[in-house]
Design a protein around this ligand. Structure first.
Ligand code: ADP
Ligand code: MG
Length: 302
């Protein structure tokens, strides 16, 4: 069953100028159809301005479609009386951790969401404890969030969303402002939540290395959903991705370049291990044919 479903989703931003008469219209999302099943880890890729954030904001009713329908856990986001239910099912984490801190103590910050939902005090503390443990931040419960690193702040923000017990967590470039360590901490925490808690994760990111963990990848361009598939399927389409001004993981790019040079290496290599295995296989093949006295080379020179 889908936790998120978009049917011909469209969204237009209207901007009124000084004269207040004719608004300028931006078609930010165009005819998007998608389904996300409960428990999936989804990555969304796309160049700047391709509509990723606009799409993501529909997934917890921060924006309501100007055309078509968005379903969140079977609820139509057009229904005013379900907005709070929807926001509880689908929590959102944004790019800048500083904008998401509401309290001067970590545990109070994490308890803020469930308190707003009217959760009884005992239960709030249980959830705070649990969420901080799951994001690896329990040792910082009485610290001031302002003194934490970017990666730690984002993990507190994720714990805050988790404490509301959402079925789904939507993250809009949560690692964009972090250093490599911070990025690693956050992605690890999110993968754990997905694997061990079964929370559906929707991750918007510019970092291709974060995408390889996804079950499914959606690629946006100019408001449209232009590709979807597993990371391997998506990253096998290197040239198309380049046309959309998107990169692929470094190791995928290297394998692709070698393939263009004539090496018999598969497309869609996602990790260094896969790369090494593919190279070893080619080497073993060469050794075997060398044994027959032929020594045929698969790699052509320029
Ligand atoms: P992305 O997250 O992929 O960078 P966005 O969803 O932020 O893309 O933006 C999609 C399009 O909508 C862009 O053309 C952007 O300029 C426009 N847009 C985004 N937010 C607003 C807004 N608040 N008002 C008007 N236009 C906007
Ligand atoms: Mg964005």
């Amino acid at each position: 069953m889908s936790i998120i479903k978009a049917d011909n989703l469209n969204y237009d931003y209207l901007e009124y100028g000084e004269d207040g008469e004719k608004p300028e219209i931006t078609h930010a999302v165009k005819d998007v159809n998608l389904k996300i099943r409960e428990g999936q880890f989804i990555a969304i890729l796309g160049h700047n301005g391709s509509g990723k954030s606009t799409l993501a904001k529909h997934m917890n009713a921060l924006l309501i479609p100007t055309g078509g329908t968005m379903w969140v856990d079977q609820m139509d986001t057009h229904a005013d009386d379900e907005v709070w239910d929807i926001r509880q099912r689908a929590g959102m984490v944004f790019q800048n951790p500083d904008n998401q801190i509401v309290s001067s103590v970590v545990e109070e910050d994490v308890g803020f969401g469930p308190e707003n939902l009217g959760v009884p005090t005992d239960e709030i503390w249980k959830r705070v404890d649990d969420s901080l443990r799951k994001t690896g931040m329990i040792a910082y419960r009485s610290h001031s969030p302002n003194k934490l690193s970017g990666g730690q702040k984002q993990r507190v923000a994720i714990a805050g969303v988790m404490a509301m017990k959402p079925k789904c967590i939507i993250m809009d470039e949560p690692t964009a402002m972090l250093d490599p360590n911070g990025r690693h901490e956050v992605i690890q925490a999110v993968r754990d939540l997905n694997k061990s808690e079964g929370v559906t994760v929707i991750l918007i990111t510019h970092y291709m290395e974060e995408v390889i963990y996804a079950d499914n990848v959606f690629v946006m361009d100019e408001g449209r959903l232009v590709m979807q598939g597993t990371p391997r399927e998506i990253f096998s389409r290197v040239d198309e991705l380049h046309k959309l001004r998107l990169d692929v993981p470094h190791v995928t790019q290297l394998a692709h370049a070698l393939r263009l040079k004539g090496l018999d290496i598969p497309e869609g290599i996602l990790s260094i291990d896969e790369f090494v295995n593919a190279i070893m296989k080619i080497r073993d093949g060469e050794t075997a044919s060398d044994g027959k006295g032929q020594g045929e080379r698969t790699c052509q020179s320029d």
